[in-house]
Design a protein around this ligand. Structure first.
Ligand code: FUB
Length: 330
């Protein structure tokens, strides 16, 4: 056989083989971008999502993980804000709140939640207090969901010395807020112990005693309170590394009945931190994982969204975490 012909034949065969391999891998792995929507924000590390629906849009508030290279802890000093009309295409707004807005606080823009009342937007946040040892909860207010937000009180709403259920200094974190159908607002929060209290109509003062909730096995943190079809749902981070579990009640004051785990440990992150909303006839589970290439992890987290489905009796089906994420809401 002619050596030159042999060489050419081998090269052609190799090239053809490569083409076949690329062809197959294109079919199997190269899903269109639209089918790999999680994490939803890819240019920043985002954590502790809290979403709410206002008019025809969803507003999503997150913490911002910014640890220096080589450091593994929660380096967080500002919160971020995104909005979307379909929950797939997100617009980032300038950061509307920084821990510096709270003169009495010294660090740690941890988990938060925003709610609207009478055209004002109240943002409950966990931070490290400057003078009362431990974490604290503050509240900021704005005229628009995108801010700018300002400290609504000039002092913390909750400080570590107001809660005695645990001996730790970080039990006053992860606020979640709800306004019930009768207009009464409640704040839930906690780590290790789960607390709740009524809020006055001005949304910036407590309206009664702080109570500790029982019947939440392996409660770690991240309570999220929501109501649907006459049921109250209290979901929360369970154990550590965290899964998400939930309890249900017909009364916001309990008793709460534990219903089980709805989300497993979220890829590559110790924490999971859920937000649950309905939008345009579907229900959504918003959480974070540590899956963003190449250095995502427990302190470099990323917000994801998957569908949440209820059973006919109101219980919640287990969440199917996915990289595909959701389709645009219509
Ligand atoms: O982001 C700081 C803390 O990690 C939050 O407050 C917790 O819920 C956990 O996600």
């Amino acid at each position: 056989m002619n050596i030159k012909f042999l060489k050419v034949s081998v090269l052609v065969a190799l090239a053809f083989g490569q083409l076949m391999v690329f062809g197959q891998s294109a079919k199997k792995d190269n899903m269109p971008d639209t089918l790999a929507r999680n994490p939803i924000i890819k240019n920043k590390f985002t954590a502790d999502p809290a979403a709410f629906v206002y008019k025809d849009s969803v507003y999503l508030y997150t913490g911002h993980d910014e640890p220096p290279t080589g450091k593994d802890y929660y380096y967080m000093s500002e919160w971020l804000c995104y909005s979307s009309a379909d929950m797939v295409n997100w617009k980032e707004h300038p950061s509307p709140l920084n821990v510096k807005a709270f003169k009495w606080a010294k660090a740690d823009a941890w988990a938060s939640q925003v709610i609207e009342r009478n055209g004002k937007f109240y943002w409950y946040v966990a931070v490290e207090h400057g003078t009362v040892n431990g974490k604290a909860i503050g509240v900021a207010v704005a005229d628009k969901p995108t801010g700018p937000f300002r400290d609504a009180r000039g002092s913390a709403l909750i400080t570590n010395d107001m809660t005695k259920q645990t001996g730790i200094t970080w039990d006053d974190i992860d606020p979640s807020v709800i306004i019930d159908d009768d207009g009464q607002a409640y704040l839930f929060w906690g780590n290790t112990a789960c607390y709740y209290a009524k809020l006055k109509p001005n949304m910036t003062e407590l309206d009664g005693p702080i109570k500790a909730i029982t019947g939440l096995p392996n409660f770690t943190e991240a309570p999220w309170i929501h109501k649907r079809k006459g049921w109250y749902y209290l979901s929360y981070a369970y154990q550590f590394p965290e899964k998400i579990a939930y309890a249900m009640s017909k009364n916001i004051n309990g008793p709460w009945v534990f219903k089980g785990i709805i989300n497993e440990v979220a890829g590559n992150s110790n924490t999971n931190h859920q937000s649950i909303i309905d939008f345009k006839d579907k229900s959504y589970f918003i959480y974070h994982n540590g899956a963003l290439p190449t250095n995502g992890g427990s302190y470099r987290r990323s917000v994801c969204i998957d569908y949440l489905y209820y059973n006919a009796d109101g219980t919640i089906k287990k969440i199917q975490m996915s990289t595909q994420g959701i389709k645009p809401a219509k």
